[in-house]
Design a protein around this ligand. Sequence first.
Ligand SMILES: NC(=O)c1ccc[n+]([C@@H]2O[C@H](COP(=O)([O-])OP(=O)(O)OC[C@H]3O[C@@H](n4cnc5c(N)ncnc54)[C@H](OP(=O)(O)O)[C@@H]3O)[C@@H](O)[C@H]2O)c1
Length: 234
Amino acid sequence: MSRSVLVTGGNRGIGLAIARAFAEAGDKVAITYRSGEPPAGFLAVKCDITDPEQVEQAYKEIEEKQGAVEVLVANAGITRDQLLMRMSEEDFSAVLDTNLTGTFRVVKRANRAMLRARKGRIVLISSVVGLMGAAGQANYAASKAALVGFARSLARELGSRNITVNVVAPGFVDTDMTRVLSDEQREGIVKQVPLARYAQPEEVAASVRFLASDEAAYITGAVIPVDGGLGMGH
Ligand SMILES: NC(=O)c1ccc[n+]([C@@H]2O[C@H](COP(=O)([O-])OP(=O)(O)OC[C@H]3O[C@@H](n4cnc5c(N)ncnc54)[C@H](OP(=O)(O)O)[C@@H]3O)[C@@H](O)[C@H]2O)c1
Protein backbone atom coordinates (compact mmCIF):
# COMPACT_ATOMS: atom_id res chain seq x y z
CA MET A 1 0.00 0.00 0.00
CA SER A 2 1.19 3.48 -0.70
CA ARG A 3 -1.70 5.74 0.06
CA SER A 4 -1.56 9.38 1.08
CA VAL A 5 -2.42 9.46 4.78
CA LEU A 6 -2.86 12.46 7.10
CA VAL A 7 -2.81 12.12 10.88
CA THR A 8 -3.61 15.33 12.75
CA GLY A 9 -1.61 15.61 15.97
CA GLY A 10 0.66 12.89 14.60
CA ASN A 11 3.73 14.42 16.22
CA ARG A 12 3.25 12.68 19.60
CA GLY A 13 1.15 10.32 21.69
CA ILE A 14 -1.56 8.25 20.03
CA GLY A 15 -1.23 10.20 16.77
CA LEU A 16 2.45 9.34 16.45
CA ALA A 17 1.73 5.64 17.02
CA ILE A 18 -0.95 5.82 14.32
CA ALA A 19 1.42 7.59 11.91
CA ARG A 20 4.07 4.92 12.53
CA ALA A 21 1.57 2.11 11.95
CA PHE A 22 0.65 3.48 8.51
CA ALA A 23 4.27 4.20 7.59
CA GLU A 24 5.29 0.64 8.54
CA ALA A 25 2.59 -0.65 6.17
CA GLY A 26 4.15 1.36 3.34
CA ASP A 27 1.83 4.36 3.22
CA LYS A 28 2.99 7.95 2.74
CA VAL A 29 2.18 9.72 5.97
CA ALA A 30 1.76 13.42 6.70
CA ILE A 31 1.46 14.63 10.30
CA THR A 32 0.55 17.99 11.73
CA TYR A 33 2.52 19.69 14.49
CA ARG A 34 2.16 23.10 16.09
CA SER A 35 5.57 23.81 17.53
CA GLY A 36 8.99 22.34 18.28
CA GLU A 37 10.76 19.73 16.22
CA PRO A 38 8.43 17.14 14.63
CA PRO A 39 9.51 13.47 14.59
CA ALA A 40 11.48 12.33 11.53
CA GLY A 41 10.15 9.98 8.86
CA PHE A 42 6.96 11.81 7.95
CA LEU A 43 5.86 14.81 5.94
CA ALA A 44 5.45 17.22 8.85
CA VAL A 45 3.17 20.18 8.18
CA LYS A 46 2.76 22.99 10.66
CA CYS A 47 -0.93 23.37 11.38
CA ASP A 48 -3.21 24.45 14.18
CA ILE A 49 -6.58 22.91 13.32
CA THR A 50 -8.44 25.77 14.98
CA ASP A 51 -7.20 28.07 12.20
CA PRO A 52 -8.97 27.56 8.83
CA GLU A 53 -6.14 29.25 6.92
CA GLN A 54 -3.50 26.92 8.40
CA VAL A 55 -5.66 23.90 7.57
CA GLU A 56 -5.96 25.05 3.97
CA GLN A 57 -2.19 25.63 3.70
CA ALA A 58 -1.45 22.22 5.23
CA TYR A 59 -3.66 20.45 2.71
CA LYS A 60 -2.08 22.35 -0.18
CA GLU A 61 1.38 21.29 0.98
CA ILE A 62 0.34 17.66 1.41
CA GLU A 63 -1.36 17.57 -2.01
CA GLU A 64 1.76 18.99 -3.61
CA LYS A 65 4.24 16.70 -1.83
CA GLN A 66 2.44 13.35 -1.38
CA GLY A 67 -0.89 13.66 -3.23
CA ALA A 68 -4.48 14.22 -2.14
CA VAL A 69 -5.35 12.69 1.23
CA GLU A 70 -6.93 9.25 0.84
CA VAL A 71 -6.93 8.32 4.52
CA LEU A 72 -7.62 10.95 7.17
CA VAL A 73 -7.18 10.28 10.87
CA ALA A 74 -8.59 13.18 12.88
CA ASN A 75 -6.71 12.62 16.11
CA ALA A 76 -5.74 16.07 17.43
CA GLY A 77 -7.50 16.86 20.67
CA ILE A 78 -7.19 18.64 24.00
CA THR A 79 -8.61 18.54 27.51
CA ARG A 80 -9.41 21.47 29.85
CA ASP A 81 -10.80 19.60 32.83
CA GLN A 82 -12.84 21.50 35.37
CA LEU A 83 -15.99 20.97 37.39
CA LEU A 84 -18.98 22.65 35.76
CA MET A 85 -19.19 25.30 38.50
CA ARG A 86 -15.68 26.46 37.67
CA MET A 87 -15.68 25.76 33.92
CA SER A 88 -15.23 29.03 32.04
CA GLU A 89 -16.70 29.84 28.64
CA GLU A 90 -13.13 29.71 27.39
CA ASP A 91 -12.52 26.21 28.81
CA PHE A 92 -15.66 25.00 27.12
CA SER A 93 -15.22 26.64 23.75
CA ALA A 94 -11.48 25.87 23.45
CA VAL A 95 -12.20 22.15 23.78
CA LEU A 96 -15.15 22.24 21.38
CA ASP A 97 -13.20 24.39 18.90
CA THR A 98 -10.35 21.88 18.76
CA ASN A 99 -12.01 18.52 19.23
CA LEU A 100 -15.22 19.08 17.28
CA THR A 101 -14.93 22.13 15.03
CA GLY A 102 -11.28 21.38 14.24
CA THR A 103 -12.27 17.86 13.24
CA PHE A 104 -15.12 19.20 11.09
CA ARG A 105 -12.62 21.49 9.38
CA VAL A 106 -10.06 18.82 8.48
CA VAL A 107 -12.72 16.31 7.44
CA LYS A 108 -14.48 18.83 5.20
CA ARG A 109 -11.24 19.70 3.46
CA ALA A 110 -10.27 16.04 2.95
CA ASN A 111 -13.71 15.18 1.65
CA ARG A 112 -13.31 17.36 -1.42
CA ALA A 113 -10.69 15.12 -3.06
CA MET A 114 -12.24 11.92 -1.68
CA LEU A 115 -15.53 12.74 -3.42
CA ARG A 116 -13.65 13.29 -6.66
CA ALA A 117 -11.73 10.02 -6.26
CA ARG A 118 -14.91 8.20 -5.21
CA LYS A 119 -13.07 6.58 -2.34
CA GLY A 120 -11.72 7.50 1.06
CA ARG A 121 -11.26 6.48 4.66
CA ILE A 122 -11.95 8.77 7.58
CA VAL A 123 -11.29 7.74 11.19
CA LEU A 124 -12.11 10.05 14.10
CA ILE A 125 -10.52 9.61 17.52
CA SER A 126 -13.20 9.99 20.17
CA SER A 127 -12.98 8.65 23.73
CA VAL A 128 -14.70 6.27 26.12
CA VAL A 129 -15.51 9.45 28.06
CA GLY A 130 -17.81 10.57 25.22
CA LEU A 131 -19.94 7.47 25.88
CA MET A 132 -19.70 7.21 29.68
CA GLY A 133 -19.22 10.83 30.73
CA ALA A 134 -16.71 11.82 33.39
CA ALA A 135 -16.95 14.25 36.28
CA GLY A 136 -14.81 17.28 35.48
CA GLN A 137 -14.83 16.59 31.75
CA ALA A 138 -18.22 17.89 30.58
CA ASN A 139 -16.58 19.91 27.80
CA TYR A 140 -14.36 17.04 26.66
CA ALA A 141 -17.14 14.43 26.88
CA ALA A 142 -19.53 16.66 24.93
CA SER A 143 -16.95 17.16 22.18
CA LYS A 144 -16.15 13.44 21.95
CA ALA A 145 -19.82 12.36 21.99
CA ALA A 146 -20.50 14.87 19.22
CA LEU A 147 -17.94 13.14 17.02
CA VAL A 148 -20.14 10.03 16.98
CA GLY A 149 -23.14 11.91 15.59
CA PHE A 150 -20.88 13.73 13.18
CA ALA A 151 -19.31 10.50 11.90
CA ARG A 152 -22.59 8.65 11.58
CA SER A 153 -24.16 11.51 9.61
CA LEU A 154 -21.19 11.51 7.26
CA ALA A 155 -21.29 7.72 6.97
CA ARG A 156 -24.82 8.10 5.60
CA GLU A 157 -23.93 11.08 3.44
CA LEU A 158 -20.77 9.67 1.87
CA GLY A 159 -21.32 5.91 1.82
CA SER A 160 -22.54 5.83 -1.77
CA ARG A 161 -19.21 7.43 -2.79
CA ASN A 162 -17.23 4.59 -1.20
CA ILE A 163 -16.05 6.78 1.67
CA THR A 164 -16.18 5.17 5.11
CA VAL A 165 -16.33 7.17 8.32
CA ASN A 166 -15.64 5.43 11.61
CA VAL A 167 -14.84 6.32 15.18
CA VAL A 168 -12.29 4.80 17.53
CA ALA A 169 -13.04 5.36 21.20
CA PRO A 170 -9.94 4.71 23.30
CA GLY A 171 -10.06 4.24 27.05
CA PHE A 172 -7.13 5.42 29.13
CA VAL A 173 -3.94 5.45 27.12
CA ASP A 174 -0.44 6.09 28.38
CA THR A 175 0.40 9.50 26.82
CA ASP A 176 1.16 13.09 27.87
CA MET A 177 -2.61 13.63 28.18
CA THR A 178 -2.94 11.10 31.01
CA ARG A 179 0.51 11.60 32.54
CA VAL A 180 -0.82 14.73 34.23
CA LEU A 181 -3.02 12.53 36.45
CA SER A 182 -1.83 11.73 39.97
CA ASP A 183 -0.81 8.18 40.95
CA GLU A 184 -3.99 8.01 43.01
CA GLN A 185 -6.16 9.00 40.04
CA ARG A 186 -4.39 6.47 37.82
CA GLU A 187 -4.90 3.68 40.33
CA GLY A 188 -8.59 4.60 40.64
CA ILE A 189 -9.01 4.38 36.86
CA VAL A 190 -7.19 1.07 36.53
CA LYS A 191 -9.48 -0.45 39.17
CA GLN A 192 -12.45 0.20 36.86
CA VAL A 193 -10.87 -1.31 33.74
CA PRO A 194 -11.60 -5.04 33.26
CA LEU A 195 -8.18 -5.52 31.64
CA ALA A 196 -6.69 -3.73 34.67
CA ARG A 197 -4.17 -1.55 32.85
CA TYR A 198 -3.79 1.45 30.57
CA ALA A 199 -3.59 0.96 26.79
CA GLN A 200 -0.43 1.57 24.86
CA PRO A 201 -0.82 4.01 21.93
CA GLU A 202 0.09 1.20 19.51
CA GLU A 203 -3.03 -0.71 20.59
CA VAL A 204 -5.20 2.19 19.45
CA ALA A 205 -3.18 2.54 16.24
CA ALA A 206 -3.85 -1.10 15.28
CA SER A 207 -7.62 -0.50 15.21
CA VAL A 208 -7.24 2.68 13.21
CA ARG A 209 -5.08 0.94 10.64
CA PHE A 210 -7.63 -1.88 10.41
CA LEU A 211 -10.50 0.57 9.76
CA ALA A 212 -8.49 2.08 6.92
CA SER A 213 -7.63 -1.32 5.41
CA ASP A 214 -9.32 -3.25 2.61
CA GLU A 215 -10.54 -5.78 5.19
CA ALA A 216 -12.73 -3.05 6.71
CA ALA A 217 -14.30 -1.95 3.42
CA TYR A 218 -17.82 -2.77 4.63
CA ILE A 219 -17.53 -1.07 8.02
CA THR A 220 -18.85 2.49 8.31
CA GLY A 221 -20.53 4.49 11.06
CA ALA A 222 -19.01 2.17 13.66
CA VAL A 223 -17.67 3.13 17.06
CA ILE A 224 -14.82 0.78 17.95
CA PRO A 225 -13.90 0.76 21.62
CA VAL A 226 -10.23 0.23 22.52
CA ASP A 227 -10.75 0.63 26.23
CA GLY A 228 -9.93 -2.61 28.02
CA GLY A 229 -13.66 -3.12 28.57
CA LEU A 230 -14.14 0.09 30.55
CA GLY A 231 -17.08 1.39 28.50
CA MET A 232 -18.73 -1.87 27.47
CA GLY A 233 -22.49 -1.89 27.26
CA HIS A 234 -22.83 1.14 24.99
N1 LIG B 1 -4.62 9.53 26.20
C1 LIG B 1 -5.81 9.05 26.43
O1 LIG B 1 -6.04 8.38 27.46
C2 LIG B 1 -6.92 9.23 25.45
C3 LIG B 1 -8.10 8.51 25.66
C4 LIG B 1 -9.15 8.65 24.77
C5 LIG B 1 -9.03 9.50 23.70
N2 LIG B 1 -7.88 10.21 23.51
C6 LIG B 1 -7.83 11.09 22.35
O2 LIG B 1 -6.78 10.70 21.51
C7 LIG B 1 -6.26 11.84 20.82
C8 LIG B 1 -4.76 11.92 21.04
O3 LIG B 1 -4.54 12.01 22.44
P1 LIG B 1 -3.11 11.83 23.13
O4 LIG B 1 -3.34 11.10 24.38
O5 LIG B 1 -2.10 11.36 22.15
O6 LIG B 1 -2.85 13.37 23.52
P2 LIG B 1 -1.53 14.24 23.59
O7 LIG B 1 -0.36 13.37 23.88
O8 LIG B 1 -1.89 15.35 24.52
O9 LIG B 1 -1.40 14.78 22.09
C9 LIG B 1 -2.40 15.61 21.55
C10 LIG B 1 -2.07 15.86 20.11
O10 LIG B 1 -3.07 16.72 19.56
C11 LIG B 1 -2.42 17.83 18.97
N3 LIG B 1 -3.27 19.02 19.01
C12 LIG B 1 -3.94 19.53 20.07
N4 LIG B 1 -4.57 20.66 19.71
C13 LIG B 1 -4.27 20.89 18.41
C14 LIG B 1 -4.61 21.90 17.48
N5 LIG B 1 -5.39 22.93 17.81
N6 LIG B 1 -4.13 21.80 16.22
C15 LIG B 1 -3.35 20.77 15.86
N7 LIG B 1 -2.97 19.79 16.70
C16 LIG B 1 -3.43 19.84 17.96
C17 LIG B 1 -1.15 18.00 19.77
O11 LIG B 1 -0.24 18.78 19.04
P3 LIG B 1 0.93 19.64 19.78
O12 LIG B 1 2.09 18.70 19.99
O13 LIG B 1 1.22 20.74 18.86
O14 LIG B 1 0.36 20.10 21.11
C18 LIG B 1 -0.73 16.55 19.94
O15 LIG B 1 -0.10 16.07 18.78
C19 LIG B 1 -7.02 13.05 21.37
O16 LIG B 1 -8.09 13.36 20.50
C20 LIG B 1 -7.55 12.54 22.69
O17 LIG B 1 -8.70 13.23 23.09
C21 LIG B 1 -6.81 10.10 24.36
